[in-house]
Design a protein around this ligand. Structure first.
Ligand SMILES: [Zn+2]
Ligand SMILES: [Zn+2]
Length: 294
């Protein structure tokens, strides 16, 4: 099992350009995210992490109880490359045509005058300390979401690499049937259909990829196919939105058999926002959200 990330910056750029050609309205948004994702992949080259070790008895107890391998607070962060990435993402955001520009400039000033400590921010993400983000953002006068986005995005390479290491603890002979991530317990951001009809879910936090039952809602476990359906747009046959009537939640699904670009799930997630809008108009609720609102 892998996270299915780890594409090179060039491969990400190819996927970005392909999607931009199909959906020109996403141009500036994808230019921005293309740079963010490439910077994250490049940052991985500098990240060094000690493995997270899980004792045999803890591991078997977790398996027994269908619990994820770790709590978010147990993810390891390599502070120096994460801080470098934070600064890089600020520079990318400053140049982007985004609402974040004014927040990013203020965040830069707060860092220069030591009003912000990145290590504390990184920790607050792992401790899901919403209140800390809210008060910190208020104190320096920025949007909380911009601060949380930059912070999570900066530690994302460490989280993904940590999840890759942890995934070696997962048994491949006993498939994980739960809708939450077997590594960290977060909910899936997107799903994918692959050859032979296999279905995979991608964690919204650590991007771990795991095989899931094809007919089962990841959010409430409903497996009654009378209460599971999907909708799609004729013009975009590679996507569909899976809907559960039991919990009224949806997840966006990419049919990888119908795409001719490398699959980079975080990119598919941000380039299908129109599907979220349609789903919300239908009164559905997204089942995917990060522990902290980024
Ligand atoms: Zn996860
Ligand atoms: Zn459901």
């Amino acid at each position: 099992m892998t996270t299915n990330q780890g594409l090179s910056a060039d491969q990400i750029q190819t996927a970005v350009e392909t999607i931009k050609r199909n959906r020109p309205a996403y141009g500036s948004l994808l230019d921005f995210y293309g740079q963010v994702f490439s910077a994250q992949e490049e940052s991985k080259n500098s990240v060094q992490l000690d493995p997270v070790l899980i004792a045999d008895e803890v591991l078997s107890a977790k398996r027994q109880e269908r619990l994820p391998l770790i709590d978010l607070a147990e993810f390891k962060i390599d502070i120096t490359p994460a801080a470098e990435l934070f600064h890089k993402l600020c520079r990318i955001s400053e140049k982007a045509d985004s609402e974040m520009v004014s927040s990013v400039l203020t965040i830069g000033e707060a860092l220069n005058s030591n009003q912000l400590d990145l290590e504390t921010l990184f920790k607050a993400i792992l401790e899901v300390d919403d209140a800390f983000f809210e008060t910190t953002a208020k104190r320096i006068g920025v949007a909380g979401q911009a601060l949380a986005f930059l912070t999570y995005s900066s530690i994302n390479p460490c989280i993904v690499m940590c999840a890759e290491q942890l995934s070696t603890y997962l048994k491949t002979d006993t498939p994980w049937k739960e809708g939450y991530c077997p590594v960290c317990g977060c909910l899936p951001a997107v799903s994918a259909l692959e050859d032979e009809g296999g279905r995979f879910l991608f964690c919204s936090f650590c991007w771990h990829r795991w095989q899931a039952p094809r007919v089962r809602c990841p959010f409430c476990g409903n497996a009654d196919n009378q209460k599971l359906h999907y909708f799609f747009d004729e013009k975009e046959k590679e996507y569909r939105v899976d809907v559960c009537d039991s919990c009224n939640k949806y997840i966006k699904t990419v049919d990888t058999r119908k795409i001719d670009r490398p699959l980079y799930p975080p990119l598919e997630q941000v380039s299908t926002l129109h599907l979220d809008i349609i789903a919300r108009e239908k009164g559905l609720e997204s089942g995917s959200h990060l522990p902290i609102d980024v």
